[in-house]
Design a protein around this ligand. Structure first.
Ligand code: NAP
Length: 313
């Protein structure tokens, strides 16, 4: 199927690009993985996106963006994008070579692509982790928190995600163990204060998870105190990992330049070394990864894509 513009990724960058492209009348497809909505859809509440003085639920915000895109005629498919390639075959009005977007089930072509596939959650790399993914280990408190009512859960990480989600989990869990590898949190003062004030959160600083155990489902973790070297076994039914993110770059790695961490290097207008491929949002190298900056990226990327298409007639 042929489109003018395909947007890959349904987070704030991709949704913004799709809204602008649809509104401008381009035949636009947005491809988002199953369960979509990008990183904000995993956040219980968002308090720093302008326009919502009392905050807004992450899934609700992303649902509003998807509805806005659909209202402008954007088609949305929920599939995993495996690879994007340059097409030898012409697909543009002026014979410009297009791009082919392959998912597990289908292939789509477009004259321009906005790649905004964001980041993927990082794992710990400890023994037992792979076995208990989705069997007690989760990357999304908003999605899975309610499964742990009156249970003990652990949250790993010291950034804003770990601290805010630890607070969120206290709605359900009997106790939340917040495990951070250093003595100081990376998170901002507001979240640190909320954690300090919450009696259900037990803070284990300078502590790392060494292994994960269980039977059919997770039943516990081993942790090491880095100050004393002491190793302890803790009984937990849930383990929420918030140890950062990795760029979701594989589908376009061969078409772009990346930095040493794998983030895509773009020009100021979000263009890349591949004609017609524009990259926006958290997957690109940038100083601040927030919903606000993703929205800005999406608008710039699709503006550049439109310019690219118009120049080629
Ligand atoms: P992050 O800021 O990158 O924090 C990742 C945390 O995981 C760090 O504390 C890091 O420890 C720890 N970590 C990394 N690898 C680890 C490992 N192998 N083992 C144990 N711990 C490990 O990620 P984030 O918290 O997801 O935040 C991402 C961005 O979104 C940030 O800019 C953040 O401010 C923003 N955000 C904001 C809010 C908000 O409420 N305003 C909420 C969520 C996210 P070190 O500190 O030692 O490096």
């Amino acid at each position: 199927m042929n489109y003018d513009i395909i947007v890959v990724g349904g987070g704030p960058a991709g949704m913004t690009a799709a809204i602008y492209a649809g509104r401008a009348g381009w035949k636009t497809l947005l491809i988002d993985p199953m369960g979509g909505g990008g990183q904000p859809s995993m956040a219980d509440m968002i308090y720093n996106y302008p326009g919502f003085p009392n905050g807004i639920g992450g899934p609700e915000l992303m649902d509003l963006m998807a509805r806005q895109a659909k209202a402008f005629g954007v088609k949305i498919e929920y599939e995993e994008v495996i690879r994007i390639t340059q097409e030898a075959q012409d697909s543009g009005a002026s014979g410009e070579a297009g791009l082919k977007v392959s998912t597990g089930d289908a292939e789509y072509t477009a004259r321009a692509v906005v790649y905004a596939a964001g980041t993927l959650p990082r794992k710990l790399g400890v023994s037992g982790e792979e076995k208990y993914l989705a069997k007690g280990i989760s990357f999304c408190a908003t999605c899975d928190g309610a499964l742990f009512r009156d249970k003990v859960v652990a949250v790993v990480g010291g950034g804003d995600s770990a601290l805010s989600e630890a607070v969120f989990l206290t709605q359900f869990a009997k106790e939340v163990l917040l495990i951070h590898r250093r003595d100081e949190y990376r998170a901002g003062a507001a979240n640190v204060k909320l954690v300090d004030q919450n009696p259900k959160i037990k803070q284990l600083k300078s502590t790392v998870v060494e292994s994960v155990r269980g039977d059919e489902v997770l039943t516990g973790i081993s942790v090491r105190d880095l100050r004393t070297g002491e190793v302890r076994d803790l009984e937990v039914q849930g383990l929420f990992l918030y140890v950062g993110w990795m760029p979701n770059v594989e589908p376009v790695r061969h078409l772009v330049e990346t930095d040493e961490y794998g983030y895509v290097l773009t020009n100021e207008d979000m263009s890349t070394k591949t004609p017609g491929l524009f990259v926006a949002g958290d997957v690109r190298r940038k100083p601040l990864r927030q919903i606000t900056t993703a929205v800005g990226d999406g608008a710039v990327a699709v503006w550049s894509a439109e310019k690219y298409l118009l120049e080629r007639g």
